[in-house]
Design a protein around this ligand. Structure first.
Ligand code: OGA
Ligand code: ZN
Ligand code: ZN
Length: 392
């Protein structure tokens, strides 16, 4: 009996120049040209139709995507040209185009990107605190030793907007060392790294011993710091407990209990401003910012750097009423989490979501010293994606 010579090319791994894993997917079973594009079926029953323009645009060959930078090198076409050859081999796809160009697609890569698939992104969605919320805690040793602790910390920060790192060393600048593992420190007019303790001639309420009511930092910036880290080096003064409230949750409570107050805070830009001898940083923005779907995506709240309220006379009373209502809800016990930072603790929070505050302390009863810095959200998300790559 004659054995037919094998015409299939030797299966070589199809390289899509992606660092995130895409190989663990059901096998691509069928590919056929249809009027509007390519119809695909995987062995788990998933189907997709991908337009020709899209397929050509996503060619991963070295002419179309730079093999080192992984960046796209060609402009998409304006009008579709169907492939003239469709070949499936070993679960992977090869298309040949009318100009002779060939594009290889990994079947798993396509499966991840079929239009019905949820994006393959390891970032958790923000979850507003509920009554059963409890603060996520990660040991410093677990954070610095391997992936799992750091991942747990990043996930909690993005999900809950708040996470506590515990049992760290009492070392000057530890906050900067931890932050720079993740990304560059986000500098502001208070420096890239700041010390929170009572100082002579303070230029900010934080540098006194007075209590700080719930607030977000630097809402007077067009882009307030995304993430704040506060590392406790000393805390044996009387008082000075830390307080937190989830701005997303409280804004939703406001929306359901007092929709008019919610509307006023979301629709009325007001002025925020910080001024000292060398700075005058000001912005006009609402207390609550919503996205196109109406979801709250940012809370700006800091009563001591609110500037003059410049509103039409007839809008002023309604604004104060709404602001007061939000203030009361923020400070209700059901919305507040209070804890005393211990030396070696670092609290991290989403400064555009979670409000923070502290009780007054008595500087004559002991010392209180925190070191703080800020990070942008992009390096936080980036770090989690990179760690997730290696978890596979
Ligand atoms: C701050 C701040 C909190 C604290 O520095 O912005 O809010 O516990 N500090 O001292
Ligand atoms: Zn190509
Ligand atoms: Zn603050």
């Amino acid at each position: 009996m004659l054995t037919a010579p094998t015409l299939e090319p030797q299966a070589t791994p199809v390289e899509m120049h992606e660092l995130a894993p895409y190989a663990e997917a059901p096998r691509l079973q069928d590919a056929r040209a249809e009027a509007r594009g390519l119809g695909l079926t995987w062995e788990d029953g998933a189907r997709a139709r991908l337009p020709w323009l899209w397929l050509r645009d996503h060619c991963a060959c070295p002419e179309c995507r730079h093999p080192q930078t992984r960046e796209r090198l060609v402009l998409p076409r304006a009008a579709a040209e169907p492939a003239i050859g469709v070949q499936l081999s070993d679960g992977h796809l090869r298309l040949t185009w009318p100009d002779g160009h060939a594009s290889d697609f990994h079947g798993g890569w396509l499966h991840q990107r079929r239009p019905a698939a949820a994006p393959a992104d390891p970032l958790p969605v923000p979850r507003p605190w509920r009554d059963d919320y409890s603060l996520a805690r990660v040991r410093h040793a677990d954070f610095v030793v391997g992936n799992a602790g750091e991942r747990a910390w990043l996930e909690a920060l993005l999900r809950d907007g708040l996470v506590l790192l515990e049992e760290g060393p009492l070392a000057d600048e530890e906050v900067s060392r931890l932050a720079t593992r993740i990304g560059p420190l986000r500098a502001t007019n208070f420096g890239a790294r700041f010390d929170v303790r009572s100082k002579p001639n303070p230029n900010n309420a934080a540098y006194t011993a007075i209590g700080l009511a719930l607030h977000t930092d630097l809402p007077n910036w067009q882009h307030p710091p995304d993430i704040q880290l506060l590392y406790c080096l000393e805390n044996d003064a009387e008082g000075g407990e830390s307080q937190f409230a989830d701005g997303y949750r409280v804004a939703e409570t406001l929306r359901s209990e007092d929709p008019e107050a919610f509307r006023v805070l979301a629709e009325t830009p007001i002025d925020f401003r910080f001024q000292d001898e060398t700075h005058d940083i000001a912005v006009r923005a609402p207390i609550l910012s919503c996205d196109a779907q109406g979801r709250v995506v940012e809370v700006r709240f800091n009563n001591w750097i609110r500037d003059t309220l410049r509103l039409p006379e007839e809008a002023i009373d309604a604004w104060y009423r709404a602001y007061h209502r939000f203030w009361e809800l923020l400070h209700e016990p059901r919305h507040q989490l209070e804890l005393s930072l211990r030396p070696g603790d670092m609290i991290a929070f989403d400064n555009r979501r979670v409000l923070h505050g502290r009780g007054a302390f008595d500087p004559n009863s002991g010392r209180r010293h925190l070191q703080g810095t800020y990070l942008d959200r992009d390096p936080i998300e980036s770090r989690l994606r990179v760690l997730a790559r290696h978890a596979h």
